[in-house]
Design a protein around this ligand. Structure first.
Ligand SMILES: Nc1ncnc2c1ncn2[C@@H]1O[C@H](COP(=O)(O)OP(=O)(O)O)[C@@H](O)[C@H]1O
Ligand SMILES: [Mg+2]
Length: 407
């Protein structure tokens, strides 16, 4: 489980931490111990930084796996565009990511990434507070696996892109390093999910691709029980679905097809499947994917409101099954399907300061919302609260806060 994320100088994330480090509203105590949960819902006005935050997670994952150039290429971005327009404009992005491992230890990776060389120039990985990897002024120290001595180098002896761990031989190193890399390799950002790309024929794939371009081969390689489970998950969304399968073409090309249960209905080729179905099958298929940390931008896009509750149940459920899910939304309906406590813990408001920097806070811990939540559902509170005014107050560009008594 990813517990914490801090990043500096990435686009509008000048000095940003998730989860927010605001005090708990009821006790007034500092938020020590409040870790990122299984489900997180990001809300905020247009341009507040929701997509940027998903991009930041994806960016860190590609640093860990040494694929930053590919990542930039896929997005058609230049490396100079990564740093913030605000602040010192240095080509350095600093970040920390915390992970609770399978045995309960906290592993933290802190790095300075240089956007010119596309490499980390300083890195520390700690496990339970002890350094297990350190890159400092060119020197590298890596703690050994049990029974293996520590490795020390005056200069990193291998070529690497992104993080040194991307090319590190894991068998000889402390297992905490591999846990961090694996967790980040299992991060999957579906923020570019596009029905147009999902309709493409594609060849062999272990995952559906950032835009969903490998949906068909991904579905095809699932085990038969996983395929049956996916069909069962799909039925409540599309009761008219009779079957789905993947058709193979010459040279390994694959394409999804479905059949509906209308009389005389034929196979519907991928080019004619509706957008909502493609998005839903792509999302539901994640239950069968190796990804542990899933990011979905504007989750409600293209999906009929009548199906949103089912989708939310599914995503919150994934969070309870040990995966972690982060979604962004503009829809108050999404919030209505959350329990009050889940809403309090998981709904994070992103907003910008007058200088354009993205900050975050727990939406239902604000004086404008926390009292209302006692009487109204989370979505009703969202509809009843003027987001622009709330953001003006938080960003310091408006009159002082409404007190609890006034609400
Ligand atoms: N390099 C940068 N430095 C500072 N701000 C940036 C940079 N690049 C983009 N932005 C700003 O960050 C905003 C955040 O956009 P985005 O994350 O897409 O918002 P949302 O998804 O919440 O609608 C953009 O609208 C833009 O104003
Ligand atoms: Mg966005």
């Amino acid at each position: 489980m990813i517990t914490r994320f801090h990043i500096e100088n990435f686009k509008s994330l000048v000095n940003f931490t998730l989860p927010p480090d605001d005090p708990d509203v009821d006790s007034g105590l500092p938020p020590t111990g409040r870790e990122l949960g299984g489900f997180t819902c990001l809300i905020g006005l247009n341009g507040s930084g929701k997509s940027t935050l998903l991009q930041a997670f994806d960016f860190i994952a590609h640093i860990a796996t040494g694929k930053v150039k590919d990542w930039l290429g896929r997005r058609d971005w230049k490396k100079g565009e990564l740093v913030s327009h605000f602040g010192k404009k240095t080509p350095v992005i600093i970040f920390t990511i915390g992970l609770r491992t399978t045995v309960g230890t906290v592993v933290e990776w802190t790095a300075r990434f240089n956007t010119t060389s596309l490499k980390c120039t300083a890195e520390t990985i700690t496990s339970a507070g002890k350094d297990i990897l350190k890159l400092e002024e060119g020197r590298l120290t890596v703690a050994g696996a049990p029974g293996v001595p520590e490795q020390r180098y005056e200069k990193v002896p291998w070529e690497y892109e992104g993080a040194v761990m991307s090319s590190l031989k894991m068998v000889d190193a402390d297992p905490g390093i591999a846990e961090m890399k694996t967790a980040l390799a299992h991060l999957c950002s579906l923020e570019l999910l596009s029905p147009q790309l999902m309709r493409r024929k594609a060849r062999a794939a272990q995952d559906i691709g950032a835009g969903g371009e490998k949906l068909s081969p991904f579905l095809d390689q699932l085990q038969s029980t996983a395929k049956t489970n996916l069909y069962a998950l799909l039925c409540p969304f599309y009761p008219q679905l009779e079957t789905w399968n993947v058709r193979g073409y010459r040279a390994g090309w694959k394409s999804l097809r479905i059949k509906e249960s209308y009389p005389d209905s034929g196979m519907i080729e991928t080019g004619h499947i509706n957008d909502g179905f493609l998005r839903v099958i792509a999302i539901l298929a994640q239950a069968q994917s190796p990804h542990q940390f899933l990011l979905f931008d504007e989750i409600e896009n293209g999906i009929n409101p009548a199906l949103v509750e089912k989708l939310m149940d599914f995503l919150v459920g994934l969070g309870q099954q040990g995966k972690q899910v982060v979604v962004t939304t503009h829809s108050p309906m999404i919030l209505n399907f959350l329990d009050d406590q889940v809403a309090r813990d998981s709904v994070i408001l992103l907003y910008k300061t007058p200088a354009g920097k993205t900050l975050s806070c727990r939406y239902f811990d604000q004086p404008e919302t926390s009292q209302k939540l006692k009487a109204l559902g989370p979505g009703e509170v969202f509809v009843d609260t003027d987001l622009t005014k709330l953001v003006e107050r938080l960003s310091g560009s408006a009159s002082p806060a409404v007190t609890k008594e006034e609400v």
